[in-house]
Design a protein around this ligand. Structure first.
Ligand code: NAD
Length: 295
């Protein structure tokens, strides 16, 4: 296997996942260019600046030491795409919408270095479909890299290849993720929601639907599905707030759209309580309101 050196990473998307992936990378001293859309008002990198400030405020702060924030270069897609040319790895972590991801890939393609690996942090969209918009020269270097939330605590990273991904690319990425980033890798097939979300999201949907049916409160369900089931960090509803309710709904939709004929998965509708909160803009922790702290 040829040596793949990651001297700089571009992270596209400074939301819940992109910002924390960037923090994790700079904590292991890999410089990052963190991109997001230009802000509609105020300074053009406003979204990224807010995300970096947010990293400092989260408790415990995901940035190991405050100086690491300086290793995050702030960028937007309007002015700074040239910065991609210096990046050995590009991790896309924008919202879970196939159409938005495809638009962005078209935009960045001319700026991707000829050796760089491009990987999507999608929760479960088809990696093969995402690759289709890329030029033939990039397709062999494209794959899925699925970190879990919160990336600073969750050990697992799924790596997903397409039929055109060069096998060496997955080997190189696995070596980087395990040795430099300190995570464990599972190689997953390109199936809807891969391995962990296929099982995990179905479980969370079943829990929400049963809670609705039996009139169980958020506290009761989280007490039961958190510590009592051995998940010390959080129960079903707290986890949903941390993930982001819109992101959860997108992942459920991937399941509904792609597993229609599956007798098990096709039974899960989007729980009413989830849809209701999304409609009000209560998207979970990132919006300051969700199942906890209701609007
Ligand atoms: P998020 O909603 O927190 O952030 C999404 C970011 O994408 C925002 O900063 C937004 O400004 C940007 N964005 C929105 N539309 C865009 C566009 N058209 N072009 C470019 N950028 C745009 O989302 P997130 O939770 O960070 O999720 C990002 C990706 O990671 C998704 O694919 C999601 O499925 C995946 N993921 C999420 C989690 C989780 O628990 N939240 C876990 C693993 C993977």
């Amino acid at each position: 296997m040829s040596r793949f050196q990651v001297r700089k990473v571009a992270v596209l998307g400074a939301g819940v996942m992109g910002a924390q992936i960037a923090a994790h990378l700079v904590n292991v001293k890999v410089p990052v260019v963190l991109f997001d859309l230009p802000a509609k008002e105020g300074p053009k990198n406003g979204i990224v600046t807010k995300a970096v400030e947010g990293l400092k405020k989260l408790k415990p702060a995901p940035l190991g030491v405050p100086e690491n924030a300086a290793l995050i270069q702030q960028a937007n897609y309007e002015e700074h795409l040239e910065l991609l040319k210096d990046c050995d790895l590009i991790i896309e972590a924008i919202a879970e919408r196939m159409d938005w991801k495809l638009d962005l890939y078209t935009k960045i393609a001319p700026f991707v270095a000829p050796h760089a690996i491009v990987a999507s942090n999608t929760s479960g969209l088809s990696i093969t479909k995402l690759s289709e918009v890329l030029p033939e020269s990039i397709k062999p270097r494209f794959c899925g890299i699925h970190f879990f939330n919160p990336p600073r605590y969750m050990y697992l990273v799924e790596l997903i290849n397409t039929p055109t991904t060069r096998p060496e690319v997955i080997d190189q990425l696995e070596s980087f993720v395990t040795s430099a980033v300190g995570k464990g890798v599972v190689r997953a097939n390109d199936t809807p929601n891969f391995v962990a979300n296929r099982v995990g999201i179905a479980g969370m949907m079943a829990t929400m639907i049963e809670a609705e049916k039996f009139g169980l409160s958020v506290d009761v369900v989280d007490d039961l599905t958190g510590k009592k089931l051995g998940r010390a960090s959080s129960g079903t509803f707290r986890t949903a707030d941390v993930v982001g309710l819109d992101t959860m709904a997108h992942v459920v939709k991937t399941m509904q759209d792609n597993l229609k004929d599956d007798p098990f998965y096709s039974t899960y509708a989007t729980p009413k309580v989830l849809a209701g909160l999304i409609e009000k803009g209560a998207l979970g922790q990132k919006a300051g309101a969700g199942f906890y702290k209701k609007v």
